[in-house]
Design a protein around this ligand. Sequence first.
Ligand code: NAD
Length: 463
Amino acid sequence: MSVTEMSTSMATTESGSALAGARAAFDSGRTRPLSWRVAQLEGLLRFIDECEPAIAAAIEADLGRDPMASFMADIAPVRHEIRHTLANLARWMKPERVRSGAAAAPGRAWIVPEPKGVALILGAWNFPILLTLHPLVGCLAAGNAAVVKPSEISAATARFLSEQLPRYVDAEAIRIVLGGAEVSASLAGQPFDHTFFTGSTSVGRAVMAAGARNLTPVTLELGGKSPVIVAADADVDVAARRIAWAKAVNAGQTCTAPDYVLVEESVRPALVERLLAELPLRGAQDTTRIVNDRHVARLRRILSTHGGEQYGGAIDESRRSVTPALVTDPDPDSELMQEEIFGPVLPLISVPDLGSAIEFVNARPKPLALYLFTESRAVEDLVVSRTSSGSVAVNHLLYQLLVPELPFGGVGASGMGNYHGKNGFDTFSHRKAVLSKPSRPDLPMAYPPYGRAMQKVLRKLMG
Ligand code: NAD
């Protein structure tokens, strides 16, 4: 047996046993009652509250990000999601009565949200707590057991989660598995009842193909190029400040980061001038490193092949840092304009009018987010109705993720399914249809062959 075969076989054994353990806990029935769900969510909250400094230190070790930025991006949103879920869970779990309708009368009909069973959560490294625990909140709220695989790329946070989280939750029902791509791939091939993956479109395809063998439903939280449209009537000062801030967050390694800007010709000079002032300022406030040498090399490549005019973008390989760059008029066929950037590089292209901006967006894969800067409700309505994306934010960026009742997820190449708030609960629940009828009356005329009078009645009832 080769070394690769041996590690694949070990990964299969480990992932199979994690699933079997979590399945045994689920089959015991203990994960279903409200009390278990609340206890797990409270445990998660205690984990965040008691371990916040250590969590921030682990993220700093992985990404160089300072603790306040981790509080804003990883810790506070998870805490908020748990509190929102705890406040609403009993209501979400209630069966929903529906009318049984004339054809099925007499009877009572309702929908029960039931747990799917054991879910697999494959986390991502760029927000290693948020993108691992946020989906787990919906998963546990829905009464499922879970196998959680944090990203091996954020190794310190993954290790911390695996060592500490089991102390706060039902460790038999919630299993943390560590390992690399071979472990993730092996887990994705196991017969889970749901797989929730966050990462790139290419790995998303592999996860979906692996799930297909067992008919495991998948939620794919992917990425892509999220455009910003700056209309001629935008407040350019504010637009530049907010775009520069959102691009700098986590050194641009954010799935919903503004990827590139389409600006109406008339405001281009003012926007370029403001961006050149804001980008270095916002970049200096973010301490996050590029996650590994592979990504630094990728950013170096896209900065040397874009064919446009570049401002900024100094690379320090030893510190794995890239200063924010603005690239005007890049070649549309360059890697910069073809692939998701995932770094602090902002291409800018001018368009003659709004219609051309919409055409540009619609000629490309559907993005995870679309941003628009305008002062006009008509422009807002036009862009929202003529484009398709996971989400839209007008006159700001990233804040759409903080509204718990807004579904977060992609469309087309940027993903499928969604979560956040009740949407997460629904993703991890099966909405089971129930009809309950009385045994009597049990009229012989209700069975075939139908007499003429009954045929009339049935035609009327069943339309
Ligand atoms: P990636 O997609 O390459 O994922 C790496 C992870 O995938 C590793 O942890 C590995 O264990 C796992 N993996 C590799 N092969 C696998 C397989 N065959 N089956 C199952 N798992 C496998 O990650 P990346 O490229 O470093 O991440 C960046 C991407 O993730 C960007 O595209 C970004 O937009 C996207 N992203 C999306 C969201 C979101 O919420 N939508 C959040 C963060 C990142």
